[in-house]
Design a protein around this ligand. Sequence first.
Ligand code: NCD
Length: 314
Amino acid sequence: MTRHLISIEDLERDDIERILERAEAFSEVTDRHIKKVPALRGRTVLNLFYEASTRTRSSFELAAKRLSADVVNFAASGSSVEKGESLKDTVLTLAAHSPDAVVVRTPWAGAATMVTNWTDAAVVNAGDGKHEHPTQALLDVFTLKQKLGGLDGRSIWIVGDVAHSRVARSNILAFQKMGAKVTVCGPPTLIPRGIEALGCEVQYDLTRLRDADVVYALRMQNERMHDAYVPSLREYAARYQINGRRLGPRQVLMHPGPVNRGVELSGEVVDSPQAVITMQVKAGVVVRMAVLYELLSGAPADDRVTSPEEPQLA
Ligand code: NCD
């Protein structure tokens, strides 16, 4: 694995397995009454969020705190970004606090890579525009391993707005690295041309949805759409919504959140026992603990961290 986590392409299957094993070891910590280990005591994690976030931001913050790191949370709204400060100057300013890791989410593809040039810290991409969201893919693989035992030979359908989704890109790569067969499905306007080059299959209707072991629905990313991609959300829902009629009784249902109930998913399937949406959120904390640990534990011998196999109370 590289010094930063920008893309799933930075990881081999072995790296993914190692991170997920560590996440599994950290699960024991988060199920305790006192949810903290001293693994990253004295290290500083900077969360730099230029876009709305509920799950990703809260779980990176909790992950860092459960490892005893100090956390600085920066949100663009309410900061000097509103006075015109650029991403580069913001990073250079906050890098003066000597963070060990910078977790960054922006609406711009490639921004996380640019941040690596402006700080010595390890950079974790928490979503860069339509490009990638690697920790989301890792937590989704973790959730599926818990639910199904493994991904080898499984069929996973990713349904919806693939064109604007960084989650789709990272997940296609990660699910395939872990041995699954991926099909993307949606209206032709929302499936990028040439996506088969990533190794996945393409379907434009849900006729064969029952072949899937896992149905992974995506949100309609209205904030990234500058033209009309579908005639209306009603028509989209009529053709592509995952609902009780379309979801088979043994299929696992996933969604990265936030869900638009009544659009990509009907309320009944969100609330059904087949949905693992809150399991995904829970996995987010332990997987991000494992990623931060992986990137920051290469410290000099005198400040070596405690092994997660032997967690200690802080
Ligand atoms: C996603 C995102 O922001 O990329 N959410 C998340 O991180 N769980 C997906 C989305 O916004 O639809």
